[in-house]
Design a protein around this ligand. Sequence first.
Ligand SMILES: [Zn+2]
Length: 382
Amino acid sequence: MKKCIVCGAKFFEKPLLEFDDMPRSAQNIPNESELNQDTGMTLRLYQCRGCGLVQFDCDPVNYYKDVIRSGGFTTTMVNLRKSQYSHLIEKYHLEKRKFLEVGCGQGEFLSILKEFPVEAYGIENKQELVDKAVSQGLNVFQGFVGDDKAVVQNGPYDVFLSFNFFEHQPDPNGMLQGIYNNLTDDGMGLITVPSLEYILEHNGYYELIHDHLVYYTFDTLRFVLEKNGFEVLEEEMINRDTLSMIVRKKAKINVLKIQDSYGQICKQVNDYVDGKRKEGKKVAFWGASHQGFTLAATAKLGGKIEYIIDSAPFKQGRFAPASHIPIISPEKAVSQMVDAIIIAAPGYTDEIAGIIQEKYGNEVEIAVMKTKELELYEDIKK
Ligand SMILES: [Zn+2]
């Protein structure tokens, strides 16, 4: 049994729908001499039980890489594109940026984009359509963005556009990965596909056609976009029957401060321990926790501090991983008392400080490892 083309999960066992005598395609329609070779086909519509995507289980039509727009230039469509372009460009300040229409046909929608203050480019698989677009003065390259290795000339681009092309694709992840790789780091996109919600609402089985391999909903379109590294900024139903989403590449999380804290904390702990050792004093840790282990190991405290105290019997008698500092019980520490204890157990500071003062007296200095720095317990309590 075939698997979901987006997430690889299995389909629900039975097809949602099955229709015989469906046309094999909506393009390349037969002439009189081809009629004896043209037959109908059975189409089975399945739903993925993982991501919920609704899709046919058959191969795509053989021209799925081409964008053949029969609709032409209706006033409604021209006005729709104009309002989409102006919203996108104004809201996200995309003036002077480089736009790429992926699957631009003969440049029907690119020619409208040319009226806006942006650089407009397109890529189209079918040479005949590329030639027509170029002859109208449009910047259109021949090619197909079908996988993560696709390189579009003149890239990277700031914005991609995809108008009712994505639903034809047998490898939606491949196309989105290819687009992703040809975009700048904060690259954006505008994508439209026919809406399954619309078909469900109008019960129109005749909306189903082999050319449209996949039937996206808001949920499943958002899912495939997010799966491929995009975040959906806006989503809406346009022209009654079409899903439209504005996306941007997800940003990398900024870990600069965590990286900085590594150097700072290691230095602080070492300065403190070294200072005590110069005075002939001994230092220990309290807390054989993952925080204590990491701190002791990365700050290279093995051999510099005496031991790590922990109340958990199953840790006592063992050694801290990587730093190999011995772990002992609070009772055992009494017989080999240190001069200072660093508490490395976030969340239990007060409780542990109380135990130290009670068991070992007020002579022992207590230091606390806070999120960003080492502080003396007496200073925190002031
Ligand atoms: Zn799926």
